[in-house]
Design a protein around this ligand. Structure first.
Ligand SMILES: *[C@@H]1O[C@H](CO)[C@@H](O)[C@H](O)[C@H]1NC(C)=O
Ligand SMILES: *[C@@H]1O[C@H](CO)[C@@H](O)[C@H](O)[C@H]1NC(C)=O
Ligand SMILES: *[C@@H]1O[C@H](CO)[C@@H](O)[C@H](O)[C@H]1NC(C)=O
Length: 392
């Protein structure tokens, strides 16, 4: 009887020791994974498919793994510590297809201020950007391009990131451009002070970032890249694991350069030749991907700043999940996972920002929930399935 008891005690002790060992091994593996994710310095490889000058060869990309301001808390979590992030989305004078050509009449010498939309106070945000932000675990806040400056400052203090959406606004000047410029400067100044704050530009938003950084309103060129998905050609393999693609499943990332999973819909863009001959752009941004247009002409399709949490895509992550009007938009499982990965990246950057509303009342006032979108593509004529319209 006694030896039976002893036997049981020995068995229990052995089981406990084995369990402890397994736990310790798992904890070590987890912290190893985290170390890889937070690797602060990445040495770039020169794997640039375009034959021209490679200004980023042998540079080091410093990816900020923490809150920028020596915020120790956020180093604990790769996805940031602020689990209630708010993303401001900038409105545009119009979402409409019909005004698109005239609004974006780049070749015309006439100034944008003559466009009809700038004389009204209405503005628009496509609902797909709101859903995109929400799908990453954030709530969205409209920022109206014609909002007074004190209101922009109050909103900026409450939100954790800004999205410049795609669309059809003039980038030559006028209130939309001026507001975007103010927000851009606020983002850079905040980050300079160690107040981590991400900014993300999509399509027209990418073009906007290109102009704001290069300070050249004529830097863009025409491309033939409307209504079609296209591949993303990575400038190096490191991009796949250490950039805005880091939350996209590896097997999907590996398909991006061969399959057309990134929805393109733009008339303007910038070629590698122009990009790499502009020192302001090459100093500010790292190029991550290139894409050929319908005629095989390459344009810069994804960029990210090594210095600030500012990144831009000349393609449409949000459309794969939330837009259906254009039959060429990919909605496969891979395409959807690409969107979700980019959204996860944006929101994980926003969780590193510690801005917050000053009160519950302000928080509720800011929310997109105060507005109702309309079903704008019911007749098949809309550019977006749903749109929010604002009257200032
Ligand atoms: C637009 O709003 C501004 C500021 O509230 C106002 O001064 C201006 O008259 C408005 N314009 C129109 C066309 O309603
Ligand atoms: C702006 O960019 C265009 C195209 O690269 C170039 O021809 C022009 O000289 C630039 N303007 C300035 C002021 O740098
Ligand atoms: C990226 O990470 C995956 C697994 O996490 C690994 O299989 C792959 O080799 C890595 N790629 C590069 C270029 O480091």
């Amino acid at each position: 009887m006694q030896s039976f008891m002893l036997h049981r005690v020995v068995v229990v002790v052995v089981v406990v020791v084995v369990l402890l060992l397994v736990c310790m091994l798992q904890a070590d593996a987890a912290s190893g994974t985290r170390r890889i994710l937070e690797e602060p310095k990445i040495r770039l490889k020169t794997e640039y498919p375009f034959g021209g000058r490679n200004s980023f060869a042998n540079q080091e990309l410093h990816v900020k793994a923490d809150g920028g301001g020596g915020d120790e808390e956020s180093e604990e979590e790769p996805g940031g510590t602020n689990s209630r992030p708010l993303i401001g989305i900038l409105s545009q004078p119009t979402c409409g297809e019909k005004t698109r050509e005239s609004e974006r009449n780049w070749d015309s010498a006439s100034s944008s201020s003559s466009s009809s939309s700038s004389s009204s106070n209405r503005s628009c945000i496509a609902a797909s950007y709101v859903k995109f932000v929400e799908s990453g675990g954030a709530r969205a806040v409209p920022i109206l391009y014609n909002e007074p400056e004190d209101s922009l400052i109050q909103k900026f203090a409450a939100i954790n990131g800004i999205l410049f959406p795609g669309g059809a606004a003039s980038l030559k000047g006028g209130p939309f451009y001026q507001t975007a410029e103010k927000l851009f400067n606020m983002v850079i100044e905040a980050n300079e002070r160690g107040d981590y704050f991400p900014l993300y530009g999509v399509c027209l938003g990418f073009e906007l970032l290109t102009i704001l950084v290069s300070q050249n309103h004529s830097i863009l060129e025409r491309f033939d890249a409307e209504h079609r998905p296209a591949p993303l050609l990575f400038i190096g393999d490191w991009v796949k694991n250490h950039s805005i693609f880091q939350w996209v499943p590896q097997e999907v990332v590996d398909k991006l350069s061969e399959q057309s999973l990134a929805m393109e819909n733009h008339q303007m863009g910038i070629s590698p030749e122009r990009w790499f001959s502009n020192k302001l752009l090459t100093d500010f941004f790292q190029v991550l991907t290139l894409t050929p247009d319908h005629n095989g002409k390459m344009y810069i399709s994804t960029v990210m700043s090594p210095k600030y949490p500012v990144f831009g895509v000349q393609w449409h992550p949000e459309k794969n999940l939330f837009e259906w009007g254009d039959a060429t938009i990919p909605h496969t499982a891979d395409a959807v996972q690409l969107t979700q990965g980019i959204s996860n990246y944006l929101i994980s950057e926003a969780r590193k920002s510690q801005h917050k509303p000053i009160s519950n009342d302000q928080e509720h006032e800011l929310m997109f929930y105060n507005y109702v979108p309309s079903y704008t593509n019911k007749d098949g004529q809309g550019l977006f399935e749903q749109e929010y319209w604002f009257d200032l």
